[in-house]
Design a protein around this ligand. Structure first.
Ligand code: CMP
Length: 143
């Protein structure tokens, strides 16, 4: 079963959107197999967003993602990576469709509520960056 890494960013946490985000993925039928609130260190932020190093927005991105607690999650489901990206919507909230998380709640490129892995490789990398194996509980739904 495919796994993806999703993270409610500091703006989403401050705006009490954790429950709303979790609810959307639960209703979609995905299974939450790992979750925690944490304060990201600058080192972790720079590693997580390493592919953006050197871009003009990199420093602001690191500053924002470390500005307050985030809610990191691992979700499991068929095609979870692509499906979650569709539900999240485009990076720029003004271009994100209504009904997507960013389309409904995003403010700008920084304050866009949530991060989601964009490929199988990124998901594996990001999950192992944020979670130890013993913090993930993969299980089948019986009801
Ligand atoms: P995220 O999905 O977390 O992945 C990288 C983040 O960089 C992205 O969401 C945006 O918040 C941010 N980002 C991408 N492009 C820009 C940009 N041009 N200006 C500012 N932030 C950006």
């Amino acid at each position: 079963m495919e796994q993806t890494f999703l993270m409610v960013k500091p703006d989403g946490v401050q705006r009490n959107l954790i429950g709303e985000v979790v609810s959307r993925f639960e209703m979609k039928g995905f299974t939450l197999i790992g979750a925690k609130v944490l304060q990201i260190s600058p080192e972790l932020a720079e590693t997580h967003y390493g592919e953006h190093k050197g871009k003009p927005f990199f420093e602001g991105l690191v500053e924002f993602i470390t500005s307050g607690p985030v809610f990191a999650m691992v979700w499991e489901g068929d095609g979870a990576i692509l499906e979650a990206r569709k539900m999240i919507g485009k990076t720029k909230p003004q271009e994100a469709d209504p009904g997507t998380i960013r389309g409904d709640y995003g403010v700008n490129m920084s304050k866009n509520i949530i991060h989601g892995s964009d490929s199988v490789e990124s998901a594996k990398r990001e999950i192992s960056l944020f979670f130890n194996d013993n913090e993930i509980e993969s299980y089948s739904k019986t009801v």
